[in-house]
Design a protein around this ligand. Structure first.
Ligand SMILES: *Cc1c(COP(=O)(O)O)cnc(C)c1O
Length: 338
């Protein structure tokens, strides 16, 4: 894409990303000539749409080491997070009603937990992060009780970019027989994710954080060892194995599949390129300014993320100086490279 110098440089790629032209191209036919309803089982229009959806399901599954049957499509990660938590609380009510999560989770997880607490449907433990932004594994294990049904911890944070120790969290969950749900929106397509190696049972994905379209997402729901069941939160036609009723967004689904296929193919080079750019910016800021700090672990971090604090500088002043640098928060600046 051409660089438009009349506009500020966009470095807020945790909030959203542009659609990759290759993704758009793959989507276009599904708005017009191939417009069928994927649930229409009795004619070519329906079959065509269904075939495209099943191809995308394979592409999404492959990106996280899952089986296509374990992927359900949603309207985005906010919905995926809601189904994961509310669906499990309803389905596993007999086992217990306790959830362990972290204070640094995305609002789609935190506000869902808060509502369930308010309605008396769940009890929630919100673990504080360590200084480096990571979970304290001993604290996590101590928080699990015989009433715990789920641990909900995001893989990569959408502000400070730290990556949680997924495999270790997964092992603790397995040991105690509780479900491991992760909002992996910022990790999938950016760093390797393997649901089996990491013992993940439920996982959220969003299209528009990986150069796909907005308004499409997915939820991975493990089918064996253990077989996970979630109650649907939208009632209707029973699509997506009853976990998410509603006519499928075929162009969006095609776009999500294509975006993840590209992300996986390009991941090794992208990780190197982004790490280089990120470190170059960090080193030049730190060598030219005093009292600047990196927030969160530098070792366990997304390649494209930088989150820094500037002492004695007010957030508003920095914001004015950078105009619409919209990712500026609380005297700190985070950028994620495209
Ligand atoms: C953006 C984001 C979401 C919400 O995804 P939508 O598809 O926009 O609903 C959830 N979790 C994290 C970590 C995010 O960054």
């Amino acid at each position: 894409m051409a660089l438009d110098l009349s506009r500020p440089i966009y470095m807020d790629n945790h909030a959203t990303t542009p659609v990759d032209p290759r993704v758009l191209e793959a989507m276009l036919p599904y708005f017009t000539e191939k417009f069928g309803n994927a649930a229409s089982r009795n004619h070519i229009y329906g079959w065509e749409a269904e075939e495209a959806v099943e191809k995308a399901r394979e592409q999404v599954a492959k990106a996280i080491g899952a089986d296509a049957k374990e992927i359900i499509f949603t309207s985005g990660a906010t919905e995926s997070d809601n189904i994961a938590i509310k669906g499990a609380v309803e389905m596993y009510a007999e086992k217990g009603n306790h959830i362990v999560t972290m204070q640094t989770e995305h609002k789609a997880v935190l506000d869902t937990c808060r509502r369930l607490e308010r309605e008396g449907k769940a009890k929630v433990t919100y673990l504080p992060p360590k200084r480096d932004g990571l979970v304290d594994l001993d604290q996590l294990e101590d928080a699990i009780t015989d009433k715990t049904i789920m641990v909900a911890i995001m893989m990569a944070n959408n502000e400070i970019g730290v990556i949680q120790p997924m495999q270790a969290i997964g092992e603790i969950c397995r040991k105690h027989g509780v479900l491991f749900f992760t909002d992996a929106v910022q990790a999938v397509g950016k760093v390797p994710v393997d649901v089996n190696q990491m013992h993940i049972d439920i996982l959220s994905i969003s299209g528009h954080k990986v150069y796909g379209p907005k308004g499409i997402g997915a939820l991975y729901v493990r089918r064996k060892n253990p077989r996970v069941k979630l109650a649907g939160i939208i009632d209707g036609g029973g699509q997506e194995r009853g976990m998410r009723s509603g006519t499928l967004n075929v162009p969006g689904i095609v776009g999500l599949g294509k975006a993840l296929e590209i992300a996986i193919a390009e991941m090794p080079e992208e990780m190197k390129r982004l790490t280089y750019l990120r470190n170059k910016l960090k080193d030049s800021l730190m060598s030219q300014l005093e009292d600047v700090y990196v927030n969160g672990s530098m070792e366990s971090r997304l390649p494209g993320n930088l989150n820094m604090s500037f002492a004695y500088v007010e957030g508003e002043g920095l914001l004015d100086g950078t105009e619409r640098f919209s990712s500026l928060k609380r005297f700190s600046l985070y950028v994620s490279f495209t």
